[in-house]
Design a protein around this ligand. Structure first.
Ligand code: ACO
Length: 352
């Protein structure tokens, strides 16, 4: 694929547009720690199998039947991001909310977050469905609105509650052991200094493999969208299903492509990079990519061991954690990269 396809940046021919920067970050995970061995109460699995194949040791899940949706986790993450940016909810002009596990079938979760957080009535609220690549798509969208001058303060959120929608029987164990719940948020504002900004974003998709990682219900192509006899009659088609080997194969191809694309676009090399923050799908995917590209281990931030795969939330949680731990700071070059269902993939290069 041509390096410019799906890329978003200033070109030589366009008038200079202003840039955006991340002014605040925040994240939140629910308090219930589910260890690999805890999963044995539902399915035939083992700590050894999960650690060896995925790197995951534990994940956070919302309490059962407590009515907690992704927007509740997003609320806590967003409050922290706003405080970090020195802003209040009333300052936000647009919310871009990325999730594959919305609170309800419709409307999108963004309006629930708007109401709970106190984002002004009349603000623009956009829900997006790019799964594991959702946060990078969200950053790119926010960046475009800021570049054109339409908005000055955009909240980008990635939030997921997977645990209430997993097949916890042995049949679903290949997928269910992977996923955790959580949320991450970033506040984007115009960059005062052109050297410290979101340098470029690169967005891609290929629908050829859409059914390799998906959940089939609720589905408008079926009547009714949610059949009354949910379990049994659906034979598990309401749960996420995945062709794991296919996903692995595509992920380890697309992630390096997207990372190199971001580097090439900005005339940067991997040596310039302070940290690669990849989507946390599987530790083995990230290790494979880093090894293939020659990126040293200490330049790749992984936290899937503690949180599992939180899909759209994984990059903002990791970015927030990495910065809070002092591993990245002002002036550092950071690359974000993701691959997920769709398939979708992409990257973002930023100088903090
Ligand atoms: N516990 C114990 N055994 C299990 C489990 C489990 N949780 N899941 C599967 N198994 C068994 C299978 O039943 C199978 O047994 P069998 O040989 O008797 O039939 C055996 O383990 C091997 O199963 P495979 O599915 O072939 O396992 P594989 O080695 O491919 O690993 C995995 C599965 C880890 C999911 C792998 O395919 C993978 O890493 N795929 C990448 C996809 C990924 O990480 N996706 C994350 C979400 S998508 C995203 O965010 C992009």
């Amino acid at each position: 694929m041509g390096s410019d396809q799906g890329a978003s940046d200033m070109t030589d021919h366009a008038p200079a547009l202003r840039r955006s920067r991340i002014a605040g970050l925040g994240s939140h995970v629910p308090p219930w720690v589910v260890k690999n061995d805890d999963l044995k109460q539902w399915m035939d699995t083992s700590d050894e199998w999960i650690r060896e194949r995925t790197g995951i040791v534990e994940r956070r899940w919302v309490e059962r039947d407590a009515g907690v949706g992704g927007s509740d986790l997003a609320l806590s993450a967003s409050k922290k991001a706003l405080a970090d940016a020195g802003l209040e909810a009333k300052d936000i002009q647009m919310v871009v909310y990325a999730t594959l596990s919305p609170d309800v079938h419709f409307p999108g979760s963004g309006v629930f977050l708007q109401r709970k957080l106190g984002v002004p009535v009349g603000a623009a609220i956009l829900d997006i469905r790019q799964q594991c690549t959702g946060f990078i798509y969200g950053l790119s969208i926010a960046d475009q609105f800021i570049k054109t001058g339409m908005y000055d303060r955009v909240l980008v959120v990635g939030a997921e509650v997977h645990s209430t929608g997993l097949d916890l029987s042995t049949t679903g164990r290949d997928v269910s052991v992977l996923f955790g719940d959580g949320a991450g948020a970033a506040v984007l504002v115009p960059a005062e200094d052109e050297r410290r900004c979101l340098l470029s974003t690169h967005l891609h998709a290929d629908g050829a493999n859409a059914e390799d990682l998906w959940a089939e219900f609720p589905a408008s192509r079926h009547h009714p969208h949610v059949p009354v006899a949910m379990t049994g009659a659906l034979e598990g088609r309401q749960f996420p299903r995945m062709k794991g080997k296919q996903v692995f194969k595509h992920a380890v191809t697309r992630l390096p492509e997207a990372i190199f694309e971001a580097m090439a676009r900005n005339g940067a090399t991997l040596a310039d990079l302070k940290m690669l923050i990849p989507h946390q799908a599987n530790l083995r995917i990230n290790e494979f990519v880093a090894k293939m590209m020659g990126i040293p281990e200490d330049k790749v931030w992984n936290n899937i061991q503690r949180f599992g795969n939180t899909t759209a939330a994984s990059i903002p949680i990791a970015l927030d954690e990495c910065r809070s731990a002092g591993h990245i700071g002002p002036g550092d070059l950071v690359c974000l990269a993701a691959f997920g269902a769709g398939f979708t993939w992409g990257s973002a290069l930023l100088r903090l």
